[in-house]
Design a protein around this ligand. Structure first.
Ligand code: MN3
Length: 199
């Protein structure tokens, strides 16, 4: 199945001031597009282009690094755009997620601190995640384009901590970007949708 660049699910100005039009134009129109273009070429060369994106991600992990990098990043960014919305974030979580975060992660405040710490503590490029594994929520971080799918977990929320995701708006202040993501951008309805599909 050929990879395609989706349109953003909101206007380029929708996430300002937390994420600017300029960041979204570079991040979506250039970085994500490059993963799509390169991923299609490499999947064709590997004879894997008939598989689903998830299958390509899992199959290329540890066996075809260039394909994995691009397919993984395509998967991550497809969800990343939907993990944000105008007026998102904060403590108004769907009840079901709030209860799961309470029982599995020690409550919202601890989730917030641990998720931000995972993103801030990822050395170099990568992602911080909230996933379902064995029926329970867990927080993790991965380098580069890697994601929890290849570790037997189902990602339900992720934040991109590559510099291209925050350097225009926050320069080197990655923790400030992570705080803004959690407090003002997370689309909890989409997180709930993935949680219900995974749990
Ligand atoms: Mn990115």
């Amino acid at each position: 199945m050929a990879f395609e660049l989706p349109n953003l699910p909101y206007d380029y100005d929708a996430l300002a001031p937390y994420m600017s039009r300029e960041t979204l134009e570079y991040h979506h129109d250039k970085h994500h597009l490059a993963y799509v273009t390169n991923g299609n070429k490499l999947a064709d060369e590997a004879g894997l282009s008939a598989l689903s994106l998830e299958e390509i991600v899992k199959k290329s992990y540890g066996t075809n690094q260039p394909l994995f990098n691009n397919a993984g990043q395509h998967y991550n960014h497809l969800h990343f755009w939907k993990w944000m919305k105008k007026g998102g974030g904060g403590t108004q979580l769907p009840a079901k997620l709030d209860a799961a975060i309470k029982s599995d992660l020690g409550g919202y405040d601890k989730f917030r601190a641990d998720f931000i710490a995972a993103g801030a503590g990822q050395f170099g490029s990568g992602w911080a995640w909230l996933s379902v594994k064995g029926g329970k929520l867990e927080i993790s971080k991965t380098p580069n384009g890697e994601n929890p799918l290849v570790h037997g977990a189902s990602p339900i929320l992720g934040v991109d901590v590559w510099e291209h995701s925050y350097y225009i708006d926050y320069r080197n202040a990655r923790p400030k970007y992570l705080e803004a993501f959690v407090d003002s951008l997370i689309n909890w309805d989409y997180v709930l949708e993935l949680y219900e599909a995974a749990a």
